[in-house]
Design a binder for this molecule. Structure first.
Ligand SMILES: [Zn+2]
Ligand SMILES: [Zn+2]
Length: 267
């Protein structure tokens, strides 16, 4: 399967607006791999997008993606959902008026409850503009797209407020778990992955985020054939940029890489 990291950033786009730190200045000047949009992921052949932060229009445009048929959401946080307005409204025709394009939108039940409360315009997009067709899903549900299947994996089983997605095709298994994995308590069941795309974790102590060394312990237990770390925060790069380089040496027994925007993955 052909996969692509559209955005490899964290909750804040890099360059962070109004920030003149070295990381943001370099990203502003050089663009390319130094620029990081909110975390989003694309499965090419099936036009499946996972998550859409506020900068999703830029992520789609610069990767020349002209069609999104299906959208999966991992959790309600703005860096994963607030691009729903732009994405869904892109299919709305103000002249007729009505929907020209409809995207199939898959959201876990609890995530949708949270999203409705935090982002009420979702109701307008789904029920007035009708540019999205909502499918409420639950832990363990498997959606089929010809020969490819996507399984919803609740971080704490059914009723979770955070989900990862397990993508399966031709005996290959890829797990996309981009955010807040400190609460991912069902990861232990997911062994023998061909690829794990996982949030990067923190290089400093944090109460509500997973620390990079703890994440490494998870990898040692699960032994995915390869891991790509995404959701890389500006503040991490600014304060702990050297740790990224050092990590590869420190944990040279594991096969992992750091994502960048536009990164193409063939599996
Ligand atoms: Zn900055
Ligand atoms: Zn996030």
């Amino acid at each position: 399967m052909d996969l692509q990291i559209l955005g490899s950033g964290g909750s804040m786009t890099i360059p962070r607006p109004l920030c003149d730190c070295a990381v943001c200045s370099k990203a502003r000047k050089k663009g390319g791999k130094y620029k990081r949009n909110n975390a989003s992921f694309f499965i090419k052949d099936k036009n499946i997008l996972i998550d859409c932060g506020e900068d999703i229009a830029d992520s789609l445009n610069r990767n020349n993606i002209s069609k999104v048929d299906n959208l999966f959401i991992t959790h309600w946080h703005p860096d994963h959902t607030f691009g729903l307005r732009v994405l869904l409204e892109s299919g709305y025709n103000f002249r007729t008026p009505g929907a020209d394009k409809i995207i199939e939108v898959y959201i876990p039940k609890k995530v949708f409850e949270d999203l409705k409360a935090k982002f009420p315009v979702i109701d307008h997009l789904l029920n007035f503009q009708k540019t999205g067709n909502l499918h409420l899903i639950e832990d363990g549900d498997e959606l089929e797209f010809d020969d490819l299947a996507i399984e919803a994996v609740g971080y704490n089983g059914a009723g979770s407020d955070h989900y990862a997605y397990l993508i399966k095709e031709n005996n290959k298994r890829v797990l996309y778990a981009p955010c807040d994995t400190i609460d991912f308590n069902t990861y232990e069941k997911i062994l023998n992955l061909d690829l794990l795309i996982h949030e990067c974790g923190m290089f400093f102590d944090h109460k509500t985020e997973i620390k990079f060394p703890n994440l490494i312990n998870r990898l040692r237990a699960n032994r995915p054939a390869k891991t790509i770390f995404t959701h890389i925060e500006e503040v991490e790069l600014r304060l702990y940029g050297e740790s990224f380089k050092k990590a590869k040496k420190d944990y040279s027994d594991l096969k992992f890489d750091f994502a960048f925007d536009g990164m193409k993955i063939k599996i």
